[in-house]
Design a protein around this ligand. Structure first.
Ligand code: SF4
Length: 212
């Protein structure tokens, strides 16, 4: 194991320990391939599954693996043929057994931060699907909650506006201007700081840089 791999595992284990004090289960997977296997073991055959607009879970191949497994009912908004169909899938997601998301940032203490324009992702995370599984690259872990919010707003959000080609000030210079643009993707900021002891949330930390 290289020093970087060792450090990633140490850091992940520290965060997982913090999560357990908040009644949130955590696991560490050194690679995306291992993380995919882990997520599939967490979701029983026959479950209904949906997910948010996360680059992480698409780029690492998790959404493809869920389709390929062919043992789940999937509510996949990428399959929508129209904006209306996408909206219908957003609503179906609330009734899913499992919702999969990444996070825009996490603190070492276990806070989970997400920013949303539409609100469908943070709404489903907050309430609706029976279980929520986060898949989080090691690059998303910040020193504390303030640093996590700064990361989500100052790093993740401007990259996403560029990706989505939004008409916002950050698309022009890569820096957050705390705008009130109607095209902002930062309309809602959601923080999980604790959970009931119902194991609704699970976090799989991956020892690779994933997403933004
Ligand atoms: S400038 Fe606006 S859209 Fe861009 S990151 Fe800041 S708040 Fe979000």
């Amino acid at each position: 194991m290289t020093p970087i791999e060792q450090r990633n595992e140490l850091l992940a284990n520290k965060v997982i320990k913090s999560l357990s004090t908040r009644h949130i289960d955590g696991y560490y997977s050194a690679t995306s391939a291992d993380a995919i296997k882990k997520v599939l073991t967490l979701i029983p055959q026959g479950s209904s599954v949906s997910w948010g607009g996360s680059m992480t879970i698409r780029d690492m191949g998790l959404t493809n693996a869920l389709h390929k497994a062919d043992i789940y009912t999937l509510f996949d908004r990428d399959m929508a043929q129209s904006p209306e169909e996408a909206q219908a899938i957003y609503r179906q997601a609330f009734g899913a057994d499992f919702y999969i998301s990444s996070a825009n940032a996490m603190s070492e203490q276990g806070d989970i931060v997400n920013i949303d324009g539409n609100g469908n992702r943070v709404a489903a995370i907050a309430w609706g699907p029976k279980k929520v599984v986060f898949v989080v690259g090691i690059n998303k872990i910040a020193k504390d909650l303030d640093a996590a919010i700064k990361r989500a707003r100052g790093t993740a959000a401007p990259i996403n506006t560029v990706r989505l080609n939004r008409d916002t000030p950050c698309t022009l210079d890569g820096v957050c201007h705390d705008c009130h643009s109607a095209n902002s993707i930062c309309n809602q900021i959601h923080i999980i700081r604790n959970s009931y002891d119902n194991r609704r949330f699970t976090v799989v930390i991956v020892g690779e840089e994933l997403g933004y």
